[in-house]
Design a protein around this ligand. Structure first.
Ligand code: TGC
Ligand code: FAD
Length: 392
């Protein structure tokens, strides 16, 4: 990662509070000093650097915008900037944090009982308890309302059966938030359940062969007659809107995160092309290369303004799912375009892991797919502007 601060063409700095700048800068230096020295090996070996997790807990990045329960209560923009810096390191690290913070702490904070919030949120903030979020199933990805995982009431317990697929943090989590249909088959029967990973009948198996998100853990969850006490349901959860309500926060974080990956690729391309000489001058001096750099600067700047604006709307509780879809869809798309372009601008060197561009490019293929595919967000925006749902 070239040692430059970032890209701020429109003086976005002025729109941030001192607290937001401080949060961003502390994560930025941690990434540079502690994470970057490990990422190449993690990528090569397909492992997640779990040994660094306690340091992330000390940095205070989890549940950044949650108020109370030992959480920092920072702004939504601060939460976004943290995601940006984590993903400047690697999308796998931001994924880890998105699941712990954006998805599962949000699930407990929004739908949990007071006892659940007191029990879990402080421990999750400190990264002493790790969680995963099980929504997707082998046969239900974009259409989670069709899920077949179910929970049956049995005396003082619920008994869960089913399978979840592609679950980030699955095998390292102490608990899973599992979405299942309670005593019914409709999407309105969907409820959230907190399942301890050591419960009999619960298994988390890592998925292998990934050419993307290699420095992240992705697992399959199997639930066979998993019996949990009744107080493990998230009492405020009801229907498909509940897991989607958690996704809003995580998708917003991705809009910032993708900017981190895009900025890393832009800086690498800028640095490289200023130093790489062909035909007797630096390739950055050629018009075709400058056209690419100008595209990157323009798209990153537009995407920063989108993310910042959605963040401020979030803080004012004026965000809508459609606004978030637009930001996630756009920012991931431009980040992927920038990563591909940067890979090209580095020539043969661009395919090696000595540089970050191909790693980011491969990761962003996943980011385009998860938390709602690019095309699902197209349809969400399409419905918002036409009033005509085109999902089925
Ligand atoms: P539909 O009938 O449209 O909606 C069902 C109910 O949900 C409400 N709703 C929302 N509520 C809150 N936030 C949102 N974003 C919401 N979107 C919809 C809706 O109002 C309705 O409520 P009600 O009261 O009327 O029942 O549902 P549908 O079945 O037609 O599906 C709609 C669709 C396609 C938009 C939705 O299912 C969708 O977003 N699909 C994409 C699935 C997805 O994003 N999966 C992500 C899995 S988790 C993950 O990827 C984590 S990656 C982690 C990491 O490593 O970073
Ligand atoms: P599908 O839904 O089968 O989609 C395949 C293609 O069809 C896509 O291009 C899609 O846009 C298109 N398509 C689908 N429906 C339509 C339609 N109606 N109209 C037009 N096109 C359509 N899930 C979790 O629950 N928790 C996690 O922690 C998690 N982590 C993940 C980590 C990784 C590394 C990955 C790759 C995925 C993760 N996911 C997780 C799953 C992710 O959310 C799903 O992969 C995603 O929602 C898409 O589902 P799918 O893969 O089944 O694709």
């Amino acid at each position: 990662m070239p040692d430059t601060n970032g890209l701020d063409f429109y003086d976005l700095e002025e729109l941030l509070t001192p607290e937001e700048r401080m949060a961003r800068d502390s994560v930025r230096s941690w990434i540079k000093d502690r994470y970057m020295p490990t990422v190449r090996e993690s990528w090569q070996t397909g492992t997640f650097p779990k040994q660094l997790v306690p340091e992330l807990g000390e940095l205070g990045i989890f549940g950044a915008s949650i108020r109370g329960y030992g959480c920092p209560g920072m702004s939504e923009v601060a939460y976004g900037l943290i995601m940006q810096e984590l993903e400047r390191g690697d999308s796998g690290l931001r994924s880890f944090a998105s699941v712990q913070s954006g998805l599962t702490m949000t699930a407990i904070n929004k739908y949990g009982s007071e006892e659940q919030k007191k029990k879990f949120l402080p421990e999750m903030r400190a990264a002493k308890l790790l969680f995963c979020f099980g929504l997707t199933e082998p046969d239900y990805g974009s259409n989670p309302g069709g899920m077949v995982t179910n929970a049956r009431t049995d005396g003082d317990s619920y008994v869960l059966n089913g399978a979840k697929m592609w679950i980030t943090n699955g095998s390292i989590a102490n608990y899973a938030v599992v979405w299942a249909k309670l005593d019914g088959y409709q999407s309105s029967d969907i409820r959230g359940f907190i399942v301890p990973a050591d419960t009999k009948g619960f298994k988390a198996m890592d998925m292998h062969g990934k050419l993307s998100m290699r420095a992240s853990i992705t697992s399959e969850l199997v639930l066979e007659d998993v019996r949990i006490p009744k107080d493990h349901i998230l009492p405020g959860s009801k229907g498909l809107g509940s897991p989607l309500g958690c996704l809003n926060h995580a998708r917003y974080g991705i809009a910032w995160g993708a900017l981190g990956a895009a900025t890393a690729c832009y800086l690498e391309a800028l640095n490289y092309t200023k130093n790489r000489v062909q035909f007797s001058r630096p390739i950055a001096g050629y018009q075709l290369v400058q056209e690419k750099l100008a595209y990157m600067v323009t798209e990153i700047t537009k995407a920063q303004l989108l993310a910042w604006r959605v963040g401020r709307l979030f803080e004012a509780k004026r965000q809508t799912p459609q606004m978030i879809s637009l930001a996630k869809r756009n920012n991931v798309e431009i980040a992927l375009n920038i990563a591909r372009m940067a890979r090209d601008m580095l020539g043969a060197n661009g395919i090696t892991d000595e540089y970050c561009v191909m790693r980011h490019m491969c990761n962003l293929e996943t980011v385009k797919t998860y938390e709602g595919t690019h095309d699902m967000h197209t349809l969400i925006i399409g419905e918002a502007v036409t009033g005509l749902p085109a999902f089925t």
